[in-house]
Design a binder for this molecule. Structure first.
Ligand code: ADE
Length: 228
């Protein structure tokens, strides 16, 4: 059982990705417990203020430390957390080994930034790990958090119907997955490779390995050189 607490000022953005498909199935099966907390509920005053102008006068707003500190302190009083992760474009790049590592944890908090980001003291004092999903800037950390959660939860044994399936994903053995086909074997003259229809498991395995290697050489040569 893995527990993930996500902190956000726009929790609505996380509703759909967490309530369908594999993540939903993993929650229903009791393999993962995922909670979304609205940072605004911990905001100050009648307006539940959660952001403010940056010191030094720059454009944009910054998420305040106090509401975030209050939620994290409350959660930490209830259980121990292995990681407090902040989603940010300047974090460590999410890749399959990172997802594998995180899928072995028990409890984690994921903080989604917004606007200009969070007061840097949150990152200095409360966050244990910073994660990026790529070298581009999104409007907030929710979509990155949904990507991270999906990449982790699908790896929990039992989350995917066929237990072997996550192991044969692209990147799991530093190779891209081979192509897949389904019926019909011939669609308007576009044929499925004969070997897949041969019924010969040895030939099929060899074909898949060859295709994986060829596709990796062509599309992601850096994986073979161990650069990624
Ligand atoms: N927040 C905004 N852009 C992001 C990115 N690329 N990765 C993680 N968090 C982000």
């Amino acid at each position: 059982m893995i527990r993930i607490d996500i902190l956000s000022v726009v929790p609505e953005l996380l509703e759909s990705p967490l309530s369908h498909s594999i993540v939903k199935r993993a929650s229903d099966k009791g393999l993962a417990e995922i909670y979304v907390h609205n940072i605004r509920e911990y905001g100050r005053g009648a307006y539940r203020q959660v952001d403010d102008y940056p010191f030094g006068g720059e454009a944009g707003m910054v998420l305040m430390i106090e509401p975030i500190f209050n939620i994290i302190t409350k959660l930490k009083a209830e259980r121990d957390y292995d990681e407090v992760i902040y989603m940010t474009p300047d974090g460590e790049m999410l890749d399959q080994p990172m997802a594998n590592r995180l899928s072995c944890k028990r409890n984690m908090i994921i903080l989604c930034g917004h606007y200009k980001g969070v007061d840097h003291r949150v990152r200095e004092n409360l966050v244990t790990m910073e994660v990026s999903i790529g070298n581009y800037v999104l409007s907030g950390g929710e979509i990155p958090a949904a990507a991270l959660v999906d990449s982790i939860v699908r790896l929990i044994p039992g989350a995917i119907g066929d237990e072997m399936s996550a192991l044969s994903d692209s990147f799991q053995d530093e190779l891209l997955a081979p192509p897949v086909y389904t019926r019909p074997a011939d669609f308007n003259g576009w044929r499925v490779p004969d070997v897949l229809l041969s019924g010969n498991p040895k030939l099929i395995d060899e074909w898949r390995e060859r295709e994986s290697l060829e596709r990796t050489k062509k599309l992601r040569p850096s994986l073979l050189k161990g650069e990624d």
